[in-house]
Design a protein around this ligand. Structure first.
Ligand SMILES: Cc1cc2nc3c(=O)[nH]c(=O)nc-3n(C[C@H](O)[C@H](O)[C@H](O)COP(=O)(O)OP(=O)(O)OC[C@H]3O[C@@H](n4cnc5c(N)ncnc54)[C@H](O)[C@@H]3O)c2cc1C
Length: 504
C-alpha cells in the first residue's frame, strides 16, 4: 500500500497552499482532486476565444511591493510570488441604478471620502466618522488577532469590544441618515452572502480597510494562473498530485486517521489528512458514521449553508468603453433592501431586482481577453435548495429564463450589450454543486452570522486525531482567507508531527 506523510483532499485555495506548505518542508505529500484541474472556485474555463474567470472579482490583502499586505507575504513565503503578475485596480467599486445613477469610489480612502462628500455634502461629518471607525476597528482587530496581543482588554481596544458583534445595518443607521448613502456603503454584503441586518459590522469594516489599504487586485491569467502556480510549486518540491481522483473515504480507527480510499478504490496510508472539501462532506460522506465524533456533528448542526451563485459569463466582440463599461467592479442595484427581503430574493429561483455584481476585468487589464474583445462576469447570489427542487426536465428552460432576466437587467444600465455578445455561458447553483462538490453549491461555506463569525469559528483541527481542515468552511471565505487557511493547516500538521515524533 502507498504511504504518505500527509494527504490533502481537494486542490482549491486551501488545499493548494496546505500542500505547497508541507512539501516545502520536505514532507512526502499526496494531493487528491476530484476535478480535472486545480483551483476549486479559483479556476477558469474556455468558450470560443475567451477564457472566463469563474470567481475572482477583487483579490484582497496583496498590497504593493513597497507596502506588502499579508497575502503578498504568504505567497512570497511559498515561493510563487515571482511566477505571477498582479494587476492593481484603481477603483473600489461603482454603483449603478436603472434610473441613471452612477457613482464610483476609488480604492483610496481620501479619494473615496471626497467623492462621497461631494455627492452627499449634508453627510460630510458622518462619512469621515464611518471611515475613522472602520479603520480604528480594523487596526484594533489586527493588533489582537494578527499580532496576537497576549493581554487584550476593553480599555486597550474600545472599538473592537463595542462593535465586533453589532449588526452592520445598526452601525450604518447610527452614523448615516441618507438612505442612498447607506445603500452605497452596504453593497459589500454581496461579497459575504448575508444582508447587513444579519452581518457583523466587523466584516464591512474589514473589507473597506483591506481593499483601501492593500488595494483590490486581479491576476494576469485569472485565478487559474494562481492555482496553476501553486500546483506547479507543490509538484516541483516533490509533491504528488492526482486529478480526476476524488476521495471516497477517510479511514479512521480508534479515533485517529489511518488513511484514505480514492474513488478508484486505491487505499493510501497516512496519519494526517487535510480536508479542503466542505466540513459537511468530510463528516457526513467521507468518514464512516460510527467514527464521526458527536461533538463535530453538534457543532455543524447549529450552522446554515451560505448561498450559491447564478452567474453569466459573457464574451463581447468589442472593447469595454464601446459598451459604456468604464469600471472593473460594478454593483447593479434595483431595489434598496438590505434586510430580510434580500434573504427572500436569494431563496427564489427567478431573477428580478436582486443585487448583482458585474466585473469587466479588461478595464483594469486590457490584455485579459483577446485584442478588440472583452468579457464580463455577472453574479447574483442564490441559495441552492430552490434550484434542487427544479425537475431535471425543466432545468434548462429555467436556467435560460433566469439568464434572460439577468441580461435585461444589464441592458438597462449598459444598453446594446446583447448586440455585441459573442459567447454566453450560464452557471447556476447546481453547476457549483457539481464542480465543487459542496452541499447545495454553497460558495461561502457556512453563513457568517455573528455567532458563526470569525470570533467563534471552529478552527482547523478536528476531534478526529490527524484530521485538519483548510477551506472557507472553517473560517472566513474569500481568496485571502482560504489561501492563508491552508498555510495555517500545514503549520498545524507540522507542529503535531514535531511533537509526536520529535521532528521530521
Ligand atoms: C462566483 C464566485 C465569486 C467569488 N468572488 C470572490 C472574490 O471576488 N473575492 C474573493 O476573495 N473570493 C471570492 N469568491 C470566494 C472564493 O472563491 C472562495 O472562498 C475560495 O476560492 C474557496 O476556497 P477553498 O479553499 O474553500 O476551496 P474550494 O474552492 O471550495 O475548493 C474545494 C476543492 O475540493 C475538491 N473536493 C471536494 N470534495 C472532494 C473529494 N471528496 N475528493 C477530492 N477533492 C474534493 C473540489 O473539487 C474543489 O476543487 C467567489 C466564489 C465564487 C464561486
Amino acid at each position: 500500500m502507498e504511504r504518505y506523510d500527509a494527504v490533502i483532499i481537494g486542490a482549491g485555495n486551501g488545499g493548494l497552499t496546505a500542500a505547497a506548505g508541507l512539501a516545502q518542508k520536505g514532507l512526502n505529500v499526496l494531493m487528491l482532486e476530484r476535478h480535472n484541474i486545480p483551483g476549486g472556485c479559483a479556476t477558469s474555463f474556455c468558450r470560443g476565444r475567451f477564457e472566463f474567470e469563474v470567481a475572482l472579482h477583487q483579490l484582497s490583502g496583496m498590497g504593493t511591493p513597497e507596502k506588502p499586505g499579508p497575502l503578498r507575504m504568504s505567497l512570497a513565503s511559498l515561493g510563487v510570488l515571482d511566477d505571477l503578475e498582479f494587476v492593481e485596480m484603481e477603483d473600489l467599486y461603482s454603483v449603478l441604478m436603472p434610473d441613471g445613477f452612477r457613482l464610483t469610489l476609488k480604492a483610496d480612502r481620501n479619494r473615496a471620502v471626497s467623492t462621497l462628500e461631494k455627492r452627499f455634502p449634508h453627510e460630510r461629518e458622518a462619512i469621515s466618522r464611518f471611515f475613522d471607525l472602520s479603520y480604528q476597528y480594523a487596526n484594533e482587530m489586527l493588533a489582537t488577532f494578527f499580532f496576537k496581543d497576549p493581554a487584550p482588554s476593553r480599555e486597550k481596544y474600545p472599538v473592537l469590544y463595542s462593535y465586533a458583534f453589532r449588526p452592520a445595518d445598526e452601525v450604518i443607521d447610527e452614523i448615516f441618515s441618507d438612505p442612498l448613502l447607506k445603500l452605497i456603503i452596504s453593497v459589500y454584503w454581496g461579497y459575504l452572502g448575508l444582508p447587513t441586518n444579519r452581518l457583523s459590522f466587523a466584516y464591512i469594516a474589514m473589507l473597506f480597510f483591506v481593499y483601501m489599504e492593500f488595494k483590490p487586485f486581479h491576476i494576469k491569467g485569472g485565478s487559474q494562473a494562481l492555482s496553476n502556480a501553486l500546483a506547479d510549486k507543490f509538484i516541483s518540491q516533490g509533491g504528488t498530485a492526482r486529478f480526476n481522483c476524488g476521495v471516497d473515504k477517510i479511514v479512521v480507527e480508534n479515533g485517529a486517521v489511518k488513511g484514505v480510499v480514492t474513488e478508484h478504490g486505491e487505499k493510501i496510508e497516512t496519519g494526517y489528512v487535510i480536508s479542503n472539501a466542505s466540513q459537511v462532506t468530510t463528516y457526513t460522506y467521507l468518514i464512516d458514521p460510527e467514527d464521526v465524533p458527536v461533538k463535530a456533528l453538534r457543532e455543524m448542526g447549529g450552522r446554515s449553508l451560505s448561498p450559491s451563485a447564478f452567474t453569466l459569463f459573457a464574451g463581447f466582440d468589442c472593447e469595454p468603453h464601446e459598451l459604456g463599461i468604464t469600471e472593473t467592479t460594478n454593483f447593479l442595484i434595483n431595489n434598496r433592501d438590505t434586510g430580510d427581503g434580500v434573504i427572500r430574493r436569494m431563496n427564489r429561483v427567478e431573477i428580478d431586482d436582486e443585487l448583482m455584481v458585474m466585473s469587466c476585468y479588461d478595464v483594469a487589464d486590457p490584455e485579459f481577453s483577446p485584442p478588440g474583445t472583452c468579457q464580463a462576469n455577472m453574479v447574483t447570489l442564490k441559495y441552492g435548495a430552490p434550484w434542487m427542487r427544479i425537475p431535471p426536465t425543466q432545468y434548462h428552460r429555467v436556467k435560460y429564463r433566469c439568464a434572460e432576466a439577468m441580461l435585461r437587467r444589464v441592458e438597462a444600465v449598459f444598453p446594446g450589450v446583447r448586440e455585441h455578445m459573442e459567447e454566453l455561458e450560464v452557471g447556476t447553483p447546481l453547476t457549483h454543486m457539481r464542480y465543487l462538490g459542496h452541499p447545495e453549491g454553497a460558495i461561502y461555506g457556512f453563513e457568517q452570522y455573528t455567532k458563526d463569525s470569525m470570533f467563534f469559528q471552529p478552527g482547523r483541527s478536528s476531534p478526529v486525531e490527524g484530521l485538519f481542515f483548510a477551506s472557507g468552511w472553517i473560517g472566513d471565505c474569500g481568496f485571502q482567507p482560504t489561501l492563508q487557511a491552508g498555510m495555517s493547516a500545514a503549520r498545524s500538521v507540522l507542529r503535531k508531527l514535531n511533537s509526536n515524533q520529535g521532528g521530521i
